[in-house]
Design a protein around this ligand. Structure first.
Ligand SMILES: [Zn+2]
Length: 311
């Protein structure tokens, strides 16, 4: 089947040294997982992971995780596997078969590697990346201080430009190094700065085939993208400010009085000078004005432009 070919192609580039180290640790810890004729259940587990023969199947009735490993259903938390292997079931770690060891390897293979993320991206670009470009939906978590900046891959934009968001149990939490590693592993790169979706934490990340995209630095990856609404608001602020700058005396002498304290007056004049120096920074200047002053100016403009002037 085609999907398997794609996964093999993908995984060839994936470094397996960390996995091999982890597998060796399992062999030290449980010598009985060694096969009499050489090799071990941990080695076999490693090949399941590297070949992509393991995927999550959500949860069972007891709320335990369920995985399918090389065709066998098993659970890490439930400590069981449905396979025929008569290997010991450790009271703490559960059944020590190759399937459950594969889950242990996969879920402990941390650091800059996130096999689940690599799997998901490989599958996404295989299924939806024919155009050489694909847009991911990423939920950036801002509430995890001290844990490094983390985020979750939560869906993608399909060929008909619909946002497909996965159910909560399919979200893939990841870190930036893991994303760098995963994109390199599948041979794709970031095509553009992230764009923010309306709401709090969802961003669109467009990736492209090949490695000539943007470097995935923290500055770029965690760039605070803008929504179209934010762009529009910024643009209208600039227009209002340019207008104020050009007509400041008239406004202050105009029919609708703006009562400004001496300090506010000073700020408005400073603002005007700044605007004259460089109109493009109007947005920043505007945002530094006290909010009461901004409100007064906007109100003034709204009234004047709507023709409800006092006289
Ligand atoms: Zn098993």
């Amino acid at each position: 089947m085609n999907t398997q070919h794609a996964q093999h192609r993908t995984y060839r580039t994936l470094p397996v040294n960390d996995l091999a180290e982890l597998a060796a640790k399992y062999e030290d810890k449980w010598p009985e997982i060694l096969y009499a004729r050489g090799g071990s259940r941990a080695q076999k587990a490693m090949s399941f992971v590297v070949e992509g023969r393991i995927w999550s199947e959500g949860r069972d009735y007891n709320g335990n995780d369920v995985w399918v490993v090389n065709g066998n259903r098993c659970s890490k938390e439930g400590k069981w596997c449905e396979c025929q292997d008569r290997i010991r079931t450790d009271p703490t770690y559960g059944k020590l078969c190759a399937h459950r060891l594969a889950v242990a390897l996969k879920t402990n293979w941390l650091g800059d590697k996130n096999p689940t993320l690599v799997d998901a991206l490989a599958k996404l670009v295989f299924d939806h990346g024919d155009a050489g470009e694909l847009t991911l939906i990423v939920d950036r978590c801002y509430d995890r201080h001290g844990d490094g900046e983390r985020f979750a891959l939560t869906g993608f934009v399909d060929e008909r430009n619909r946002q497909v968001k996965w159910p909560a149990d399919r979200r893939i939490e990841a870190s930036l190094p893991q994303m760098q590693n995963a994109l390199t592993a599948i041979g794709w790169s970031l095509a553009d700065l992230p764009a923010k979706l309306p709401g709090w934490t969802d961003y669109l990340y467009t990736i492209q085939l090949g490695e000539n995209g943007l470097a995935l630095t923290p500055e770029i990856f965690f760039h605070k993208g803008r929504t179209p609404q934010m762009e529009e608001r910024e643009r209208s602020r600039r227009m209002v400010l340019a207008d104020i700058a050009a007509n400041l005396e008239t406004i202050l002498r105009g029919p609708i009085p703006i009562t400004l304290s001496p300090w506010e007056t000073k700020r408005v004049y400073e603002l005007r000078q700044e605007l004259e120096r460089q109109e493009t920074v109007a947005g920043e200047v505007w945002s530094r004005l006290p909010s009461s002053l901004r409100a007064a100016i906007v109100e003034h403009y709204a009234e004047e432009n709507m023709g409800v002037t006092a006289k």
